[in-house]
Design a protein around this ligand. Structure first.
Ligand code: GDP
Ligand code: IMO
Ligand code: MG
Length: 435
């Protein structure tokens, strides 16, 4: 079945979304975390929504790494993550009540870099104002992600460690606000929290966060040096990457492999296995080009059968067939070594099954499409695939499903090592070993 599959288990591995996010990363991370010493988030923030379903109970994680449900695994939030302290505290409480464990237990196995940029009230306000009144609507999650990364890059950001000292926090917030005042008062004409209120809010949250803060970089560096099993959990997907994605309809971080080396560890400790997660079809939330989008009854059918609603905002996800030219690009853009193909159960039993094997663009047929082209003008070329009716319970894969998987493997040049047949923790089949 497709390209060679002779892997040896590795001690470090990355899980990267190979499309526009929501590929099912959380479920795969949760499954693999059982074998790991550390699970590390390295970019994004609580714009992510990673769903794990255990014995029918649904848990959605936004900031907390998806390794948290495994007691012997330490979850780490690296310095590349933009951190909303209020959202974190709420998520901790929600997760505790969902799994019935106390905060004390979490403190033992959750470490947060004190170097993470903080998402302030001003960042969130700016995000929502731009979406409602700005010149382009990206369809963001409204969590303040873009403005927080802007502050970081322009060297005006607040870091988590700043929350521990009231005077430093006050001074930095004052400096941070100078350029935003004209935006709030004159451009958008809105009121905004006074610095003194924001200082008290963040300082209070800092007291709760203090026990979790650590030098996450050194922790992971040591772990890798000592051969510990480390899993890097990507958020979003490569097509939402600020540099490699469908700009400007992207998020504001490096969601691709490079994000690990700026947001958690140094390139001197390379990640050995890079598992790309892809749905067996394609979805997207928010605005932006989507060549294989189905704005017809078939798109509605996939959306309904796949329960395609955003895990963070509840928005309906746009749906379409699998786009191989874009998948081939994302394989290259993160040097993916294998793929997990999720949600095959959603396609199973459908009478029609198509796959996009080329983009017609300016008189040429492209088999690997980069966002350097105008993806709005890329016309998808489809081939019909033989529909399959496999279920998770079946012992073997049908020839039709094998052929669908082989088509993907042959096209993108890497093997499919995992297939997903349902949202449940165990509704996964492994075609090879990981970790
Ligand atoms: P993530 O952001 O990549 O972690 O993915 P999300 O959690 O946002 O979205 C994936 C959705 O698909 C969630 O509701 C999962 O429970 C669900 N899911 C994951 N894998 C499968 C699968 O193989 N089959 C089905 N039917 N649902 C799945
Ligand atoms: P997970 O980790 C899907 C999208 C938003 C919007 C764009 C920018 O669950 O796969 P932002 O708030 O980041 O500035 O929004 O990125 N987006 C996601 N889409 N899954 C996600 O995360 C996303 N995080 C952000 O919908 O189009
Ligand atoms: Mg998601």
């Amino acid at each position: 079945m497709g390209p060679s599959q002779h892997p040896t288990p590795h001690s470090s591995m990355a899980i990267i979304g190979a499309q526009w996010g929501d590929e099912g990363k959380g479920k795969i991370v949760d499954y693999l975390a059982a074998k790991c010493d550390y699970v590390v988030r390295f970019q994004g923030g609580n714009n992510a929504g990673h769903t794990i379903v255990i014995e029918g109970k649904k848990i959605v994680l936004h900031l907390i790494p998806s390794g948290i449900l495994h007691p012997r695994c330490v979850s780490v939030i690296g310095h590349g993550v933009v951190f909303d302290p209020q959202a974190f505290v709420e998520e901790l409480n929600d997760t505790e009540s969902a799994i019935g464990q106390s905060l004390g237990r979490f403190q033992d196995r959750l470490r947060i870099s004190s170097n993470c940029p903080v998402i302030t009230s001003y960042n969130k306000l700016l995000d929502t104002l731009r979406e409602s009144q700005g010149p382009i609507k990206i369809g963001t999650t409204g969590k303040g992600i873009g403005p927080a990364y802007e502050d970081k890059i322009s060297r005006k950001g607040i870091k988590l460690k700043d929350l521990l000292d009231r005077d430093i926090l006050k001074e930095k917030l004052k400096q941070n606000l100078v350029e935003k005042i004209p935006l709030f008062e004159h451009l958008y004409g809105v009121s905004y929290p006074a610095v003194s209120d924001e200082v008290e809010r963040l300082y209070g949250l800092g007291k709760i966060l203090r026990p979790f803060l650590s030098d996450a970089f050194s922790l992971i560096d040591e772990a890798l040096k000592n051969g510990k099993r480390v899993l890097f959990e990507g958020a979003q997907g490569i097509l939402l990457d600020i540099d490699y994605g469908s700009y400007p309809f992207v998020t504001s971080s490096n969601t691709s492999i490079g994000g690990i080396y700026t947001g958690a560890i140094s390139p001197g400790r390379p990640v050995e296995e890079v598992l790309g997660i892809a749905k067996a079809y394609t979805t997207r939330v928010g605005e932006g080009p989507f060549p294989t989008e189905l704005t017809c009854a078939m798109g509605d059918l996939i959306q309904q059968k796949g329960h395609e609603f955003g895990a963070t905002t509840g928005r309906r996800r746009r749906c379409g067939w699998l786009d191989l030219p874009l998948l081939k690009y994302t394989v290259k853009a993160s040097n993916l070594t294998s793929l997990a193909l999720t949600k095959l159960d959603v396609l199973s039993g459908m009478d029609t099954l198509k796959i996009c094997h080329g983009h017609e663009y300016r008189g040429k047929t492209l088999t690997c499409s980069t966002p350097e082209i105008d993806l709005n003008k890329a016309k998808p070329l489809y081939k019909d695939c033989r529909p399959f009716r496999d279920t998770f319970e079946g012992d073997t894969l049908s020839d039709e499903l094998k052929s669908y998987i082989a088509t993907i493997e042959d096209f993108v040049g890497i093997p499919v090592g995992i297939i997903g047949f349902g949202p449940g923790r165990d509704q996964i089949r492994f075609m090879r070993d990981y970790l």
